[in-house]
Design a protein around this ligand. Sequence first.
Ligand SMILES: Cc1cc2nc3c(=O)[nH]c(=O)nc-3n(C[C@H](O)[C@H](O)[C@H](O)COP(=O)(O)O)c2cc1C
Length: 371
Amino acid sequence: MANQPDLPWIPVRRTAPAHPADWVTGFDVGAVRVATPFLLAPMSGVTDTAFRCTVLEASGAESVGLLTTEFISIELLTRGHLRTHMRLAFDPSVERPLSVQLFGADPQRMAEAARIAVDAGAQLIDINCGCPAPKVVRRGGGAELMRTPLDVARIVAAAAEAVPVPVTLKMRSGWDETLRNAVEVAQVAVDAGAQMLAVHGRTRAQLYSGAPDWQVVDAVAESVPVPVIGSGDLVTAEQCLARMKRTRGAGVMIGRAAIMNPWIFGQIADLVAGRRPRVPGAAERLALVRAFDERLCAYLPPKAVPGRLKQLLARLSKGVEGGGLLRKLAMHARERGALMAEVSAFFEAAEAGTLTSWEAHARRALAEQTR
Ligand SMILES: Cc1cc2nc3c(=O)[nH]c(=O)nc-3n(C[C@H](O)[C@H](O)[C@H](O)COP(=O)(O)O)c2cc1C
């Protein structure tokens, strides 16, 4: 196991480069080129093909280094569960490179699931070692693997042997305060064949509370000879760039901020190029929601669409004038057509500068619905 901080293939930056473009050129994971170090984090219930394509459209495909699916159960995938197989759906014309994230604890099933994912088009296989959900942890998967590094080795080795694409791992900083063992898990995983690691700098016990620990990302980056990606609480394009300048890792992942602001990767690219970061107007926001709606309708059962639309709207309308009222109105809408009509009316009013009369309409509509 390599334990040298300055191995030539680790992008090490102790001082800020003369121009950001010098260090935002990305890295390789095996034969897969990750062209920029800004990656979309996997988010269950969010990062399906509709959302990923929406981010690519808003930001520009060239500004996102790597896309990852929501996590996928190896138990359900290998048993042919239809809705689980749908999580493998992607658009090969734009969603490149694409990593499929798998969770579970059984090495043979992991190998079989990895083969299924690669047959479906995955260019990388990512193994989830970070999910804190009790139903995942109870069965030995997700963050539970932080407590059983030997199982990590078995699972990674089985997957790496089964498929010709790189196998990677996403983990937490540890299980809890008493077991902050990300470096140990990282070394075990790389010895077993992992070719990239992502670290969310919180323990399983922290869930999403407290500040993420970016020192652990650096410690992991210095302990393994593969690209290491940091994750946690990057909210603005400026923060992403500042973090990228400081981290010893090869890249950063952006999760929740991409729901609120699918343009964030494009904004980072703007900053890197020395341009003022793009600010989407109301018309652009409406076009984005409509395109997202179309994509959802193309592959989800109709009754699943309003929930996903509300999820995007809940974040997308944050900090936007009148957004609070839109969220309230949207939450009451049961049917997709009615929801999209409210969304259109809101953004069209914002674009035309007639939000005051829209607000009067919205208040009346809300009063009627809650009567
Ligand atoms: C709704 C939600 C779902 C998530 N699902 C996954 C997942 O399926 N796999 C995974 O490795 N991490 C998952 N995460 C963790 C994120 O990838 C990321 O590491 C974490 O949210 C911190 O980054 P952020 O502050 O940029 O969101 C999820 C996070 C959220 C908020």
